[in-house]
Design a protein around this ligand. Structure first.
Ligand code: TYM
Length: 358
């Protein structure tokens, strides 16, 4: 592992390399197909064109009740999957959020700029807290989006880092509102304390931004809400994976056509197929004209298996070498800390905290 990141291939018009930052929670034993198509695939491709920072957000994972040993294991499994998908620790900074304490520190400052009502309007909070009831809902869940804003803004490129400095955040559709809040908080901070943060841009993939549950095609595929039959795990064994796709809810009729309202199930499968193969939905509709759902699902199952089997095998191998994973994380935390520490120095000064040396 080299010390310095190699220079990303593409710089923007002003000569600055745009930066990318994103995060994923270690709250399940495997990532799922929605995570992969909505976000992780973009993480991998963007490491070649951006100065990339990707974190496993374990601080976010404790906003719901958790078991310490499970969290530790899932964090390692998460990192192994990211590497197995193609993240290269020489090209991208891969790290664990709790190893860079500035995330929590900036979250505190930003929480003091966030209105109570503003945080209460976050739809993910409203959904989760209404399911859990007030007794089961923590203050941490309420302030979750503010910690996410801190994750992002800590990696805001400095003014000296190029005129066209950009900060892109690859995420699925469900994160749009959190990104809007992040932009609002960045603007508010800049307005109150002077130009500090760039406004981050959500990078939401057209077509695969909301993969839905295979059994409830109107609901998002989600580790917390989907039944095991509705969710495809990246680390799933081939047999069950194939079965789940063959049993995915389709609709009455037999035509493979895209229709969000009348054929939500087939439409979801078409989106998955199109994103995985890189073929347009129109071409797929033509290919399967008159073929029926069976053949379509069989081919899709094969495509999903071909995509995830090598990732599963590489993940299992990586998990056999924990010392290597720990080295990757130590290296990533070191690199992330350099940027985070610089940002926090500026933030502390602007907010009016007395510096240690002054
Ligand atoms: P998490 O772990 O819930 O989701 C990780 C990523 O997967 C995307 N995603 C989906 N995309 C398409 N279809 C789906 N069914 C689907 N389900 C999940 C999510 O949009 C996300 O991009 N709050 C973040 C974690 C986070 C973060 C950050 C993200 C914390 N700090 C800073 C970006 C930047 C989340 O939802 O993670």
């Amino acid at each position: 592992m080299s010390e310095a990141p190699s220079t990303p291939a593409a710089a923007d018009a002003a000569g600055a390399v745009p930066r990318v930052l994103s995060g994923i929670q270690p709250t399940a034993d495997s990532f799922h197909l929605g995570n992969y198509l909505g976000a992780l695939r973009q993480w991998v491709s963007m490491q070649d064109t951006h100065d990339a920072y990707y974190c496993v957000v374990d601080l976010h994972a404790i906003t719901i009740e958790h078991d310490p040993a499970t969290l530790r294991r899932r964090t390692k499994v998460a990192v192994a999957q990211l590497l197995a998908m193609g993240l290269d620790p020489d090209r991208a900074t891969v790290f664990v959020q709790s190893q860079v304490p500035e995330h929590a520190e900036l979250a505190w400052v930003l929480s003091c700029l966030t209105g109570f009502g503003e945080a209460g309007r976050m739809t993910q909070f409203k959904d989760k807290s209404s399911k859990q009831g007030t007794g089961g809902t923590t203050v941490g869940l309420f302030t979750y989006p503010i910690l996410q804003a801190a994750d992002i803004l800590l990696y805001s490129p400095e003014p000296g880092e190029g005129e066209g400095r950009a900060l892109r955040v690859p995420v699925g559709e469900d994160q749009r509102q959190h990104l809007e809040l992040t932009r609002t908080l960045a603007q508010r901070f800049n307005h109150r304390f002077g130009e500090t943060f760039v406004l981050p841009e959500a990078h939401i993939p057209p077509g695969a931004a909301k993969i839905t549950d295979l059994q409830e095609p109107d609901a998002k595929m989600s580790k917390s809400a989907s039944s095991p039959q509705g969710i495809i795990d990246v680390l799933e064994e081939p047999g069950p994976m194939r079965k789940k796709i063959m049993r995915a809810v389709t609709d009455t009729g037999s035509e493979v056509v895209y229709d969000e309202e009348k054929k939500a199930g087939v439409t979801n499968l078409l989106r998955i197929y199109s994103a995985l193969e890189g073929t347009s939905v129109a071409d797929l509709e033509r290919r399967y004209e008159g073929a029926g759902y069976g053949q379509f699902k069989k081919d899709l199952a094969q495509l999903v298996l071909d995509t995830f089997t090598p990732i599963r095998e590489r993940t299992l191998k990586l998990l056999d070498d924990e010392a290597r994973l720990d080295r990757v994380l130590a290296h990533g935390a070191g690199r992330a800390s350099e940027v985070a520490a610089r940002t926090m120095d500026v933030v502390r000064d602007r907010v009016g905290f007395v510096g240690r040396g002054s």
